[in-house]
Write a new protein. Structure first.
Length: 200
């Protein structure tokens, strides 16, 4: 809702009685770039309002981009391992050479997490803070900040997870726990979400 359309938009001639719609403004969440990293790295988000929002954003992507994300998330043809499973099994088979692969995977997930944390900070500084002030002045939302989930499920020695040998989850700011490979709580810590680590 905004000052000009506090109740959303009504398409009066669509059907009898009209159809009320809440349309999202342009947002980086409509890009397929970060969801593509999620799909390749095997990062899954918990079933919460944030995942629902991100799923809604897919409807605003070009059809070819949505189809590409669907393909990336599908199992490898012939039953091959996912990137995460491949890194975990390589580290188990050869701690020396495979350990480097595992560390490269961890670094990729960590960098994605840093990116999302910085994006979240920018969203608050330049959008959410001002929207809150506008709401306090007018009594209604003038904008909504996109809370970005942090990345999860890096591989590490000494714990368990799918692609490893079980799951060990450590919680972020909200103190939640989850299965290995799941994230999505938008806490205010740098991590902002649960991370699960898998074994060598």
């Amino acid at each position: 809702p905004t000052r000009t359309a506090p109740n959303g938009l009504v398409l009066e001639e669509a059907v009898q009685g009209g159809v009320r719609m809440q349309l999202y403004g342009e947002t980086g969440a409509q890009s397929s770039v970060v969801p593509a990293f999620d799909a390749v790295l095997g990062i899954a988000h918990g079933e919460d309002w944030l995942k629902a929002y991100l799923d809604d954003m897919r409807a605003h992507m070009p059809p070819a981009h949505r189809a590409h994300l669907t393909r990336l998330a599908q199992p490898i043809p012939g039953g091959g391992p996912s990137v995460r499973e491949l890194c975990a099994s390589a580290a188990r088979a050869s701690p020396v050479s495979g350990g480097g692969l595992r560390e490269a995977y961890n670094e990729a997930v960590t960098e994605l997490e840093k990116f999302r944390s910085q994006h979240k900070a920018f969203a608050y500084t330049y959008i959410a803070k001002w929207a809150k002030q506008e709401k306090e002045k007018t009594g209604m939302w003038a904008a909504a900040a996109a809370a970005v989930p942090a990345a999860g499920c890096p591989l590490a020695a000494g714990s368990r997870g799918p692609g490893g040998a079980g799951a060990e989850a450590r919680s972020g700011q909200q103190g939640a726990s989850a299965e290995a490979g799941r994230s999505g709580e938008a806490g205010s810590s740098a991590a902002g979400a649960v991370q699960a680590r898998a074994a060598e």
